[in-house]
Write a protein that binds this ligand. Structure first.
Ligand code: GLU
Length: 478
C-alpha cells in the first residue's frame, strides 16, 4: 500500500510545537514508507484564518526540513489544497447525504443550544444535541426557512449501535451512537464544519494514515459514520498523546519556546529542534543527532507512546549542545552572525578574533548555547564598556579600596601568568576563597559566576585587565 499522510492545520496562529510534532511524525511516516506527505490548509473558518499565517506556517515547516508532495503552494492531483476553495466539492457530498435522508436543517439558536448543554451537564449526562429539530414537518421547515435566519445542517446519527475502530496508538475504541448526538456538517453561513470537510478531504485525497492529536479522538466516530454513509475510503487513525510542560500541565505560552517561530528567534538550530521533537513520544534506539532522512528510516509507528510527552527546554538545550559540538567553527560563527544577536556580537568581537571567541564558547557550551548567551560572553571578553549585574556591583562595592589598589599594583610584576597573579594578590590582601576571587571576577567579567578566570584572563590581555581593574577601583571608592 502506498502510504499517504497529511498535515491539516487551521492557519489561525503561530505553529505550536505540538502541531509541528504532529506534522513531523506524519512526514516521517510517509518518507519511511516511500509514500507521500501532503499539506492541506483547513481555512473554512474565514474569521480565524489568515493568509499571513499560512505563509508563516510554510516557512516553519520548511525550517524543520519538511517537504510535501502536494499542497497549496506546489499544487497536485487533488488540488485545490485550501478548504476555502473546495466549496463545490463539499456541496456534492452534502447533497449525497441529503438524498439519503441523513441530514436535516437545524434552527436552534446558539443560546438555546448552550442552555440545553447546561441542563444536560447539570443532570450528570454527557452533553449531546437534544434532537429538537430532528423531526420537524415539511411545512414547519418551510415556514422557518422563510422567516428565520439560515439554518445549519445536521447529520443524523443512527440511534442504535456503536462505532468501533482500531487506533494505531490507543488500540480498540468503542463509541455508542447514543452518546454522539446529531452533529452539524454545514454551518448556517454555508461553510462546512470541521468533521465533514476534514473527513471528506482525507478520503478524496487518498490519505491512508491520519496522525493527529488525541483531542480529536472523540471526533473520529462521527467522521467514520460520515465516510461510511458516503461510501468513501476510511483511513487508519493514530491519535498522538498531547505535549505537556515539565510540570505535566498543558504548555503555557508564557514560558516561551512553545512555537516554532519563537525557537527560531531564540536561536535554536533547526536540527536540534527536529531531533528533539522526533523523540517526544517516539522512541529511537540511537541518541545521535540524525538528519530528517535518518529519522524517517528509523521511524516506526508502533513506537509511538500513549502517555503524554513532556516538552522541556532543558532537553532541547541538550540537543542544541549536541548539534553545536559537531558543527564546524566557521559555521557556528556564521550562524551567530545571522542570528538576532548577530549585529551586537559582530560589533564586540574584533574581526581577527572570531576563532578565539568560538573556541572559548565551545569550552563552556552549557552556558553559551544560544546567541543571547554568546552575546553576554562577547561583552564579557571584548567590551570597552563592560556591563555589571547587581551582584557584581555589590561585590565590588564591598571590596576595600586597598583590594583594587593592590590588584593594580601587582599587574606589572605578576600579571603575565594568572595563577601567579592571584597567589600574589592573596598574599598582599590576606584574603582567600570567595573573598579573594569574587571582587576580581566581578571586576573582570561583570558577573560573579561564569567561566574559569584563567581562560578569561588570557583573552582579555594586559591592557583590558588593567582598564577593568581601574574601573572597579572607581566603583569601590564609590
Ligand atoms: N484542522 C484540524 C486541526 O488543526 C486538523 C485535525 C486533523 O489533523 O484531523 O486541529
Amino acid at each position: 500500500m502506498n502510504v499517504r499522510t497529511r498535515f491539516a492545520p487551521s492557519p489561525s496562529g503561530q505553529l505550536h510545537v505540538g502541531n509541528a510534532r504532529t506534522a513531523l511524525f506524519s512526514a516521517l511516516l510517509a518518507k519511511h514508507g516511500g509514500g507521500e506527505f501532503i499539506l492541506r490548509i483547513e481555512d473554512t473558518d474565514a474569521e480565524r484564518s489568515h493568509t499571513a499565517m499560512e505563509t508563516a506556517l510554510i516557512k516553519d515547516l520548511h525550517w524543520l526540513d519538511m517537504e510535501w508532495a502536494e499542497g497549496p503552494d506546489v499544487g497536485g492531483k487533488h488540488a485545490p489544497y485550501r478548504q476555502s476553495e473546495r466549496g463545490r466539492i463539499y456541496r456534492t457530498y452534502i447533497d449525497k447525504l441529503t438524498q439519503q435522508g441523513l441530514t436535516y436543517p437545524c434552527f436552534c439558536t446558539p443560546a438555546a443550544l448552550s442552555m440545553s448543554r447546561k441542563t444536560q451537564l447539570a443532570a450528570g449526562k454527557p452533553p449531546r444535541y437534544a434532537g429538537t429539530c430532528a423531526h420537524l414537518s415539511k411545512a414547519e421547515i418551510e415556514t422557518r426557512l422563510t422567516t428565520g435566519p439560515k439554518p445549519a445542517l445536521r447529520f443524523r446519527v443512527p440511534e442504535q449501535g456503536e462505532t468501533v475502530f482500531e487506533d494505531l496508538v490507543r488500540g480498540r475504541q468503542v463509541f455508542a451512537h447514543n452518546d454522539i448526538g446529531d452533529f452539524v456538517i454545514l454551518r448556517g453561513d454555508g461553510s462546512p464544519a470541521f468533521f465533514f470537510s476534514n473527513a471528506v478531504d482525507d478520503a478524496l485525497m487518498g490519505i491512508t494514515h491520519v496522525l493527529r492529536g488525541e483531542d480529536h479522538l472523540a471526533n473520529t466516530p462521527r467522521q467514520l459514520l460520515l465516510l461510511q454513509a458516503l461510501d468513501l475510503p476510511i483511513p487508519q487513525y493514530a491519535h498522538l498523546s498531547l505535549l505537556v510542560g515539565p510540570d505535566g500541565k498543558p504548555l503555557s505560552k508564557r514560558e516561551g519556546g512553545s512555537t516554532v517561530a519563537e525557537l527560531m528567534e531564540m536561536g535554536f538550530a533547526h536540527t536540534a529542534v527536529l531531533n528533539y521533537l522526533a523523540r517526544l513520544g517516539h522512541h529511537y534506539e540511537s541518541n545521535k543527532v540524525m538528519s530528517f532522512t535518518e529519522l524517517a528510516e528509523a521511524f516506526d509507528i508502533s513506537k509511538l507512546g500513549k502517555s503524554s510527552a513532556h516538552y522541556d527546554l532543558t532537553q532541547l538545550r541538550h540537543w542544541q549542545k549536541e548539534v553545536i559540538s559537531e558543527v564546524k567553527d566557521g559555521l557556528f560563527w556564521n550562524d551567530l552572525c545571522k542570528s538576532t544577536q548577530g549585529e551586537r556580537i559582530q560589533k564586540l568581537v574584533p574581526k581577527d578574533k572570531w576563532q578565539e571567541f568560538i573556541a572559548f564558547l565551545k569550552k563552556d557550551l552549557k552556558h553559551s548555547l544560544l546567541p543571547s548567551e554568546a552575546a553576554v560572553y562577547a561583552d564579557m571578553l571584548y567590551s570597552d564598556q563592560l556591563e555589571y549585574d547587581d551582584v557584581a556591583t555589590e561585590a565590588m562595592n564591598t571590596a576595600s579600596d586597598e583590594y583594587f589598589s593592590a590588584a593594580l599594583a601587582l599587574l606589572s610584576k605578576h600579571g603575565q601568568v594568572y595563577k601567579e597573579y592571584v597567589a600574589a594578590l592573596g598574599e598582599a590582601t590576606g584574603l582567600q576563597g570567595r573573598k579573594l576571587f569574587m571582587p576580581l571576577r566581578a571586576a573582570l567579567t561583570g558577573h560573579v559566576h561564569g567561566p574559569e578566570l584563567d581562560l578569561i584572563w588570557e583573552i582579555l590581555g594586559p591592557y583590558r585587565v588593567k582598564q577593568r581593574l581601574e574601573k572597579a577601583a572607581e566603583i569601590a571608592k564609590g
